[in-house]
Design a protein around this ligand. Structure first.
Ligand code: PMP
Length: 350
Protein backbone atom coordinates (compact mmCIF):
# COMPACT_ATOMS: atom_id res chain seq x y z
CA UNK A 1 0.00 0.00 0.00
CA UNK A 2 1.40 3.42 -0.89
CA UNK A 3 0.65 6.72 0.82
CA UNK A 4 0.21 8.17 -2.67
CA UNK A 5 -2.71 5.89 -3.52
CA UNK A 6 -6.32 6.73 -3.06
CA UNK A 7 -7.84 4.40 -0.44
CA UNK A 8 -10.28 3.32 -3.17
CA UNK A 9 -7.41 1.55 -4.95
CA UNK A 10 -6.73 -0.63 -1.92
CA UNK A 11 -10.12 -2.27 -2.35
CA UNK A 12 -9.72 -3.08 -6.05
CA UNK A 13 -9.25 -6.72 -7.05
CA UNK A 14 -7.70 -6.48 -10.53
CA UNK A 15 -8.23 -8.95 -13.37
CA UNK A 16 -5.45 -11.50 -13.82
CA UNK A 17 -4.88 -12.19 -17.52
CA UNK A 18 -3.61 -15.54 -18.83
CA UNK A 19 0.14 -15.95 -19.06
CA UNK A 20 1.78 -14.26 -22.08
CA UNK A 21 5.18 -15.98 -22.07
CA UNK A 22 8.18 -14.43 -23.84
CA UNK A 23 9.51 -17.76 -25.17
CA UNK A 24 8.57 -18.26 -28.83
CA UNK A 25 8.73 -22.04 -29.09
CA UNK A 26 5.87 -22.82 -26.71
CA UNK A 27 2.57 -24.37 -27.78
CA UNK A 28 0.39 -21.59 -26.45
CA UNK A 29 -3.17 -22.79 -25.94
CA UNK A 30 -4.10 -20.66 -22.91
CA UNK A 31 -5.62 -17.33 -24.01
CA UNK A 32 -8.00 -18.22 -26.86
CA UNK A 33 -6.10 -16.45 -29.60
CA UNK A 34 -6.66 -17.55 -33.20
CA UNK A 35 -3.86 -19.81 -34.45
CA UNK A 36 -4.25 -18.81 -38.10
CA UNK A 37 -3.17 -15.17 -38.11
CA UNK A 38 -4.93 -12.16 -39.62
CA UNK A 39 -5.91 -11.80 -43.25
CA UNK A 40 -3.02 -10.62 -45.48
CA UNK A 41 -5.40 -7.82 -46.55
CA UNK A 42 -5.35 -6.55 -42.95
CA UNK A 43 -1.56 -6.35 -43.02
CA UNK A 44 -1.69 -4.53 -46.40
CA UNK A 45 -4.28 -2.06 -45.10
CA UNK A 46 -2.20 -1.27 -42.01
CA UNK A 47 0.95 -0.86 -44.10
CA UNK A 48 -0.88 1.53 -46.43
CA UNK A 49 -1.84 3.61 -43.41
CA UNK A 50 1.79 3.97 -42.27
CA UNK A 51 2.32 7.44 -43.70
CA UNK A 52 2.32 11.11 -42.87
CA UNK A 53 -1.34 10.99 -41.80
CA UNK A 54 -0.16 9.52 -38.49
CA UNK A 55 0.58 13.07 -37.36
CA UNK A 56 -3.18 13.68 -37.38
CA UNK A 57 -5.60 12.41 -34.75
CA UNK A 58 -7.86 9.61 -35.94
CA UNK A 59 -11.60 10.10 -36.42
CA UNK A 60 -12.89 10.16 -32.81
CA UNK A 61 -16.10 8.43 -33.88
CA UNK A 62 -14.39 5.89 -36.16
CA UNK A 63 -17.25 6.45 -38.61
CA UNK A 64 -15.72 4.47 -41.50
CA UNK A 65 -15.33 1.34 -39.38
CA UNK A 66 -18.73 1.80 -37.77
CA UNK A 67 -20.25 1.97 -41.26
CA UNK A 68 -18.34 -1.16 -42.33
CA UNK A 69 -19.65 -3.05 -39.28
CA UNK A 70 -23.16 -1.64 -39.79
CA UNK A 71 -23.19 -2.83 -43.42
CA UNK A 72 -21.87 -6.24 -42.39
CA UNK A 73 -24.66 -6.77 -39.85
CA UNK A 74 -27.38 -4.85 -41.68
CA UNK A 75 -27.87 -2.18 -39.01
CA UNK A 76 -27.14 1.58 -39.06
CA UNK A 77 -23.84 3.13 -37.96
CA UNK A 78 -25.72 4.90 -35.15
CA UNK A 79 -26.25 1.45 -33.65
CA UNK A 80 -22.51 0.70 -33.48
CA UNK A 81 -20.05 1.66 -30.74
CA UNK A 82 -16.27 1.07 -30.95
CA UNK A 83 -13.69 0.43 -28.26
CA UNK A 84 -10.06 -0.46 -27.72
CA UNK A 85 -10.80 -4.17 -27.42
CA UNK A 86 -14.12 -5.40 -26.08
CA UNK A 87 -12.68 -5.13 -22.57
CA UNK A 88 -12.86 -1.36 -22.98
CA UNK A 89 -16.38 -1.56 -24.41
CA UNK A 90 -17.35 -3.65 -21.38
CA UNK A 91 -15.77 -1.08 -19.04
CA UNK A 92 -17.99 1.64 -20.55
CA UNK A 93 -21.03 -0.62 -20.32
CA UNK A 94 -20.47 -1.28 -16.62
CA UNK A 95 -19.75 2.40 -16.06
CA UNK A 96 -22.74 3.80 -17.87
CA UNK A 97 -25.53 1.32 -18.60
CA UNK A 98 -26.29 -0.59 -15.43
CA UNK A 99 -28.69 0.76 -12.79
CA UNK A 100 -27.25 1.29 -9.34
CA UNK A 101 -29.17 0.13 -6.28
CA UNK A 102 -29.93 -3.32 -7.68
CA UNK A 103 -27.42 -6.07 -8.45
CA UNK A 104 -26.08 -6.77 -11.91
CA UNK A 105 -26.61 -10.44 -12.72
CA UNK A 106 -24.09 -12.69 -14.45
CA UNK A 107 -23.36 -16.42 -14.36
CA UNK A 108 -21.19 -17.73 -11.52
CA UNK A 109 -18.86 -19.31 -14.04
CA UNK A 110 -18.21 -16.66 -16.60
CA UNK A 111 -15.72 -14.06 -17.79
CA UNK A 112 -13.76 -13.00 -14.73
CA UNK A 113 -13.54 -9.37 -15.80
CA UNK A 114 -17.22 -8.79 -14.88
CA UNK A 115 -16.71 -8.83 -11.09
CA UNK A 116 -13.60 -6.67 -11.57
CA UNK A 117 -15.63 -3.97 -13.32
CA UNK A 118 -18.29 -4.18 -10.62
CA UNK A 119 -15.56 -3.47 -8.08
CA UNK A 120 -14.12 -0.62 -10.14
CA UNK A 121 -17.46 1.12 -10.63
CA UNK A 122 -18.91 0.26 -7.24
CA UNK A 123 -21.72 -1.86 -8.68
CA UNK A 124 -23.35 -4.63 -6.69
CA UNK A 125 -22.97 -8.02 -8.38
CA UNK A 126 -25.07 -11.16 -7.98
CA UNK A 127 -23.76 -14.34 -9.55
CA UNK A 128 -26.34 -16.75 -10.89
CA UNK A 129 -25.29 -20.43 -10.72
CA UNK A 130 -25.11 -22.37 -13.96
CA UNK A 131 -27.13 -25.60 -14.13
CA UNK A 132 -25.50 -28.96 -13.33
CA UNK A 133 -24.61 -29.26 -17.02
CA UNK A 134 -22.98 -25.77 -16.95
CA UNK A 135 -25.80 -24.13 -18.88
CA UNK A 136 -27.48 -20.75 -18.41
CA UNK A 137 -31.12 -21.20 -17.37
CA UNK A 138 -33.13 -18.17 -18.60
CA UNK A 139 -35.63 -18.64 -15.75
CA UNK A 140 -32.88 -17.73 -13.27
CA UNK A 141 -32.82 -14.24 -14.79
CA UNK A 142 -36.36 -13.40 -13.68
CA UNK A 143 -35.37 -11.56 -10.52
CA UNK A 144 -34.92 -7.87 -9.72
CA UNK A 145 -31.68 -6.58 -11.19
CA UNK A 146 -29.80 -3.50 -12.36
CA UNK A 147 -28.80 -5.18 -15.63
CA UNK A 148 -27.69 -8.55 -16.98
CA UNK A 149 -24.54 -9.66 -18.77
CA UNK A 150 -23.40 -13.07 -19.98
CA UNK A 151 -21.04 -14.36 -22.64
CA UNK A 152 -22.58 -16.43 -25.43
CA UNK A 153 -20.93 -18.86 -25.96
CA UNK A 154 -20.03 -18.71 -22.30
CA UNK A 155 -16.41 -18.55 -21.22
CA UNK A 156 -14.69 -20.64 -20.00
CA UNK A 157 -17.33 -23.36 -20.51
CA UNK A 158 -17.86 -22.88 -24.26
CA UNK A 159 -21.57 -23.66 -23.85
CA UNK A 160 -23.95 -21.80 -26.16
CA UNK A 161 -27.43 -20.50 -25.36
CA UNK A 162 -29.88 -20.56 -28.30
CA UNK A 163 -31.33 -17.23 -29.38
CA UNK A 164 -34.84 -18.25 -28.28
CA UNK A 165 -33.49 -18.42 -24.70
CA UNK A 166 -31.69 -15.09 -25.09
CA UNK A 167 -35.05 -13.67 -26.17
CA UNK A 168 -36.71 -15.10 -23.06
CA UNK A 169 -34.21 -13.17 -20.89
CA UNK A 170 -34.81 -9.99 -22.92
CA UNK A 171 -38.59 -10.31 -22.61
CA UNK A 172 -38.41 -10.92 -18.85
CA UNK A 173 -36.34 -7.73 -18.35
CA UNK A 174 -37.80 -5.04 -20.65
CA UNK A 175 -36.60 -2.18 -18.40
CA UNK A 176 -33.06 -3.42 -17.93
CA UNK A 177 -30.09 -3.59 -20.28
CA UNK A 178 -29.21 -7.15 -21.25
CA UNK A 179 -25.67 -7.43 -22.60
CA UNK A 180 -24.70 -10.47 -24.65
CA UNK A 181 -20.90 -10.73 -24.82
CA UNK A 182 -20.29 -12.55 -28.09
CA UNK A 183 -16.50 -12.73 -28.07
CA UNK A 184 -16.68 -16.33 -29.38
CA UNK A 185 -19.91 -16.33 -31.40
CA UNK A 186 -18.33 -16.82 -34.84
CA UNK A 187 -17.18 -20.35 -34.04
CA UNK A 188 -20.64 -21.86 -34.48
CA UNK A 189 -23.19 -19.68 -32.66
CA UNK A 190 -25.79 -17.27 -34.06
CA UNK A 191 -25.38 -13.61 -33.23
CA UNK A 192 -28.08 -11.81 -31.24
CA UNK A 193 -27.40 -8.74 -33.44
CA UNK A 194 -30.34 -10.11 -35.47
CA UNK A 195 -32.55 -9.15 -32.48
CA UNK A 196 -31.40 -5.58 -31.78
CA UNK A 197 -34.16 -3.92 -33.81
CA UNK A 198 -36.82 -5.82 -31.81
CA UNK A 199 -35.33 -5.34 -28.32
CA UNK A 200 -34.23 -1.81 -27.36
CA UNK A 201 -32.79 -3.25 -24.11
CA UNK A 202 -30.33 -5.52 -25.97
CA UNK A 203 -26.67 -4.68 -26.40
CA UNK A 204 -24.41 -7.15 -28.20
CA UNK A 205 -20.69 -6.89 -27.64
CA UNK A 206 -18.11 -8.42 -29.99
CA UNK A 207 -14.37 -8.42 -30.53
CA UNK A 208 -11.92 -8.76 -33.43
CA UNK A 209 -9.50 -10.60 -31.10
CA UNK A 210 -10.82 -14.12 -31.71
CA UNK A 211 -12.39 -15.09 -35.04
CA UNK A 212 -10.63 -12.23 -36.86
CA UNK A 213 -7.20 -12.97 -35.36
CA UNK A 214 -6.54 -9.41 -34.21
CA UNK A 215 -6.04 -9.66 -30.44
CA UNK A 216 -2.92 -7.50 -30.82
CA UNK A 217 -4.78 -4.68 -32.60
CA UNK A 218 -7.32 -4.17 -29.77
CA UNK A 219 -10.66 -3.62 -31.49
CA UNK A 220 -14.05 -4.38 -30.00
CA UNK A 221 -17.54 -3.07 -30.65
CA UNK A 222 -21.11 -3.11 -29.43
CA UNK A 223 -24.36 -3.07 -31.41
CA UNK A 224 -27.69 -1.96 -29.98
CA UNK A 225 -30.41 0.68 -29.90
CA UNK A 226 -29.11 4.21 -30.74
CA UNK A 227 -30.04 5.37 -27.21
CA UNK A 228 -27.70 2.78 -25.69
CA UNK A 229 -24.96 3.79 -28.13
CA UNK A 230 -25.51 7.44 -27.22
CA UNK A 231 -25.02 6.59 -23.52
CA UNK A 232 -21.82 4.71 -24.32
CA UNK A 233 -20.53 7.66 -26.37
CA UNK A 234 -21.10 9.99 -23.43
CA UNK A 235 -19.06 7.70 -21.18
CA UNK A 236 -16.36 7.28 -23.81
CA UNK A 237 -16.05 10.99 -24.47
CA UNK A 238 -15.61 11.55 -20.74
CA UNK A 239 -12.70 9.15 -20.78
CA UNK A 240 -10.85 8.77 -24.11
CA UNK A 241 -11.80 10.69 -27.25
CA UNK A 242 -9.72 8.50 -29.59
CA UNK A 243 -10.15 4.88 -28.56
CA UNK A 244 -9.08 3.49 -31.93
CA UNK A 245 -5.94 4.67 -33.70
CA UNK A 246 -5.60 5.01 -37.48
CA UNK A 247 -3.89 1.63 -37.88
CA UNK A 248 -6.57 -0.18 -35.88
CA UNK A 249 -9.37 1.47 -37.87
CA UNK A 250 -7.77 0.54 -41.21
CA UNK A 251 -6.91 -3.03 -40.16
CA UNK A 252 -10.33 -3.68 -38.69
CA UNK A 253 -12.12 -2.46 -41.82
CA UNK A 254 -10.03 -4.80 -43.95
CA UNK A 255 -10.77 -7.70 -41.59
CA UNK A 256 -14.51 -7.29 -42.19
CA UNK A 257 -14.00 -6.96 -45.92
CA UNK A 258 -12.07 -10.25 -46.26
CA UNK A 259 -14.99 -12.58 -45.66
CA UNK A 260 -13.29 -15.53 -47.30
CA UNK A 261 -10.27 -15.50 -44.95
CA UNK A 262 -12.56 -15.15 -41.95
CA UNK A 263 -14.68 -18.11 -43.01
CA UNK A 264 -11.68 -20.29 -43.72
CA UNK A 265 -10.12 -19.58 -40.30
CA UNK A 266 -13.41 -20.21 -38.48
CA UNK A 267 -13.98 -23.46 -40.36
CA UNK A 268 -10.41 -24.56 -39.54
CA UNK A 269 -10.93 -23.90 -35.83
CA UNK A 270 -14.32 -25.65 -35.82
CA UNK A 271 -13.07 -28.81 -37.52
CA UNK A 272 -10.01 -28.96 -35.23
CA UNK A 273 -12.30 -28.47 -32.23
CA UNK A 274 -14.28 -31.54 -33.22
CA UNK A 275 -11.11 -33.57 -33.82
CA UNK A 276 -9.55 -32.47 -30.51
CA UNK A 277 -12.77 -33.22 -28.62
CA UNK A 278 -12.79 -36.80 -29.94
CA UNK A 279 -9.10 -37.25 -29.10
CA UNK A 280 -9.60 -35.91 -25.56
CA UNK A 281 -12.56 -38.23 -25.01
CA UNK A 282 -10.40 -41.14 -26.09
CA UNK A 283 -7.87 -40.04 -23.45
CA UNK A 284 -10.56 -40.29 -20.71
CA UNK A 285 -11.53 -36.61 -20.63
CA UNK A 286 -15.10 -35.35 -20.29
CA UNK A 287 -15.47 -32.46 -22.72
CA UNK A 288 -18.33 -29.95 -22.55
CA UNK A 289 -20.02 -29.26 -25.90
CA UNK A 290 -18.31 -26.11 -27.19
CA UNK A 291 -19.25 -23.49 -29.77
CA UNK A 292 -16.12 -21.46 -29.00
CA UNK A 293 -12.46 -21.63 -30.07
CA UNK A 294 -11.62 -23.58 -26.93
CA UNK A 295 -12.84 -26.65 -25.09
CA UNK A 296 -13.45 -27.06 -21.38
CA UNK A 297 -12.54 -30.54 -20.22
CA UNK A 298 -11.70 -32.60 -17.16
CA UNK A 299 -9.96 -35.91 -16.81
CA UNK A 300 -12.10 -38.61 -15.22
CA UNK A 301 -9.42 -39.47 -12.65
CA UNK A 302 -6.55 -36.95 -12.71
CA UNK A 303 -6.47 -33.43 -11.27
CA UNK A 304 -6.56 -30.53 -13.72
CA UNK A 305 -3.74 -28.64 -12.05
CA UNK A 306 -1.42 -31.64 -12.21
CA UNK A 307 -2.14 -32.12 -15.93
CA UNK A 308 -1.56 -28.40 -16.62
CA UNK A 309 1.79 -28.58 -14.82
CA UNK A 310 2.84 -31.74 -16.68
CA UNK A 311 2.02 -30.09 -20.01
CA UNK A 312 3.84 -26.89 -19.03
CA UNK A 313 7.01 -28.92 -18.46
CA UNK A 314 6.69 -30.05 -22.07
CA UNK A 315 6.29 -26.46 -23.30
CA UNK A 316 2.50 -26.67 -23.77
CA UNK A 317 0.38 -24.06 -21.95
CA UNK A 318 -3.32 -24.52 -21.22
CA UNK A 319 -5.46 -22.59 -18.73
CA UNK A 320 -6.35 -23.91 -15.31
CA UNK A 321 -8.64 -21.95 -12.98
CA UNK A 322 -8.24 -22.42 -9.26
CA UNK A 323 -11.92 -21.80 -8.60
CA UNK A 324 -14.63 -23.81 -6.86
CA UNK A 325 -16.56 -26.21 -9.09
CA UNK A 326 -14.14 -25.91 -12.04
CA UNK A 327 -10.78 -26.64 -10.42
CA UNK A 328 -10.63 -30.04 -12.15
CA UNK A 329 -11.18 -28.50 -15.57
CA UNK A 330 -8.76 -27.25 -18.18
CA UNK A 331 -9.62 -24.65 -20.80
CA UNK A 332 -7.75 -25.54 -23.95
CA UNK A 333 -7.60 -23.13 -26.90
CA UNK A 334 -7.95 -24.79 -30.31
CA UNK A 335 -4.60 -24.50 -32.06
CA UNK A 336 -3.32 -25.44 -35.50
CA UNK A 337 -3.49 -29.17 -36.35
CA UNK A 338 0.23 -29.40 -35.44
CA UNK A 339 -0.29 -27.69 -32.06
CA UNK A 340 -3.27 -29.90 -31.30
CA UNK A 341 -1.23 -32.97 -32.20
CA UNK A 342 1.52 -31.78 -29.83
CA UNK A 343 -1.09 -31.41 -27.09
CA UNK A 344 -2.52 -34.88 -27.72
CA UNK A 345 0.90 -36.55 -27.64
CA UNK A 346 1.87 -34.45 -24.60
CA UNK A 347 -1.22 -35.76 -22.79
CA UNK A 348 -0.48 -39.33 -23.84
CA UNK A 349 3.00 -39.11 -22.34
CA UNK A 350 1.84 -37.87 -18.93
N1 PMP B 1 -15.34 -11.21 -23.40
C1 PMP B 1 -14.95 -12.47 -23.18
C2 PMP B 1 -15.96 -13.47 -22.79
C3 PMP B 1 -13.59 -12.82 -23.34
O1 PMP B 1 -13.19 -14.08 -23.08
C4 PMP B 1 -12.66 -11.84 -23.73
C5 PMP B 1 -11.21 -12.19 -23.96
N2 PMP B 1 -10.47 -12.45 -22.87
C6 PMP B 1 -13.11 -10.54 -23.92
C7 PMP B 1 -14.46 -10.26 -23.77
C8 PMP B 1 -12.18 -9.40 -24.24
O2 PMP B 1 -11.61 -9.48 -25.48
P1 PMP B 1 -10.84 -8.24 -26.13
O3 PMP B 1 -10.63 -7.21 -25.06
O4 PMP B 1 -9.56 -8.82 -26.64
O5 PMP B 1 -11.72 -7.74 -27.22
Amino acid sequence: MSKFWSPLVNDLVPYVPGEQPKMANLVKLNTNENPYGPSPKVIEAIQAELNDSLRLYPDPEGESLRQTIADYYNVSSGQVFLGNGSDEVLAHIFHGLFQHGEPVLFPDISYSFYPVYCGLYNIEARVVPLTDSFEIDPDDYRQPNGGIIFPNPNAPTGRYLGLEHVEAILKANPDRVVVVDEAYVDFGGDTAIALVDRYPNLLVCQTLSKARSLAGLRVGFAVGHPDLIEALNRVKNSFNSYPLDRLALAGARAAFEDKEWFQRCCNGVISERERLTAALEELSFEVLPSKANFVFARHTSRAGEEIAKGLREQGIIVRHFNKPRISDYLRITIGTPEQNDALISGLRSL
